[in-house]
Ligand binder design. Sequence first.
Ligand code: NAD
Length: 339
Amino acid sequence: MNRHIQVGVIGAGYWGPKLIRNFQEIPDAAMTMVCDLEEDRLTHIKELYPAVRATKDYREVLASDVDAVAIATPIPTHHQLAKEALLAGKHVLVEKPLTANSEQAEELVELAAQTGLTLMVGHTFEYNPAVEYLRRLVASGEMGRIYYINATRVNLGIFQPDINVVWDLAPHDVSILMFILGMVPVNVSARGGSYVQRRIHDVAYLTLHFPDEILADVRVSWLDPCKIRRITVVGSKKMVVYDDVEPTEKVKLYDKGVDVPPYSDTLEEFHLSYRYGDITTPAIPSAEPLRLECEHFLHCVRTGDKPRSDGQDGLEVVRILEAATRSLLNGGMRENVRL
Ligand SMILES: NC(=O)c1ccc[n+]([C@@H]2O[C@H](COP(=O)([O-])OP(=O)(O)OC[C@H]3O[C@@H](n4cnc5c(N)ncnc54)[C@H](O)[C@@H]3O)[C@@H](O)[C@H]2O)c1
């Protein structure tokens, strides 16, 4: 495809306009159509981008000559919209999480394979240069054997009426963990509380067991006074902290560890086994992850390459969210990710 890729965006609430801005700014894309159910959202987008065609009916987008659609609507609508878009011959970028359950995600993955169209899920952090750095670092072996990972994503957040905090925030951390480790967890346990809205968890603690005895815990909350977006990876040789709230020095690599001596008869000898080395701050490029995600989507549409966050990746995340949900409801028992 030599010409501009024509893109339509469905959903122009909080996140949709960020996709629209990026597709508008990318030189080889033409941001041609936007759809939302709310008139005021369409008026807002038309004010910003007068050339964009606006409609309240997503079927008009699917019937148009756009090559690709990006879906940024509430989670329960993802499956139907993405399915119809694929059936209409459009390449599809769906916001995270891919769907509301794994059967729906499986159907989309199958449909994308049958039609040969690109199906990508908006796991934005997989395009974050700091997260890419962590993946390369882990893969290089420089950290030694990975012991465990801690991820915290909390603040006084936007309460969602129809989904809990696990489905809202944990897709980010779960996709980051799988991306960094290059593996899928075997089982998940989760505990949480519903404090503000009845039966909708606003606080959750997830524990994911990966192969090779790697443990990961994820804390997500809409009910915390401080905004924390931090991931700590602890390896046998090095430890690394990625703090997304830090404006510039987001990643710090600690040459710290504990080397257990074969024998330690005295306390002094035992203390010698602690290693306090340098703390380094790697230079991380400061690109907007969503811009990189949108560019990657367009690249995949153009070339047929498999997206980094493809439908299968989206399906794995949904399976993990489902397992976490089962565990939340059964008192924190371990739930297998694959049934
Ligand atoms: N990748 C990220 O970092 C990130 C961040 C925030 C939200 N999101 C995801 O983006 C999606 C949207 O979240 P949001 O916070 O923008 O929600 P939102 O409620 O602010 O916006 C959703 C919009 O979709 C519109 N809509 C609903 N059904 C529609 C339909 N059938 N046709 C057309 N428009 C329809 C609504 O009118 C609304 O304006 C969710 O999947 C969410 O998880 C991703």
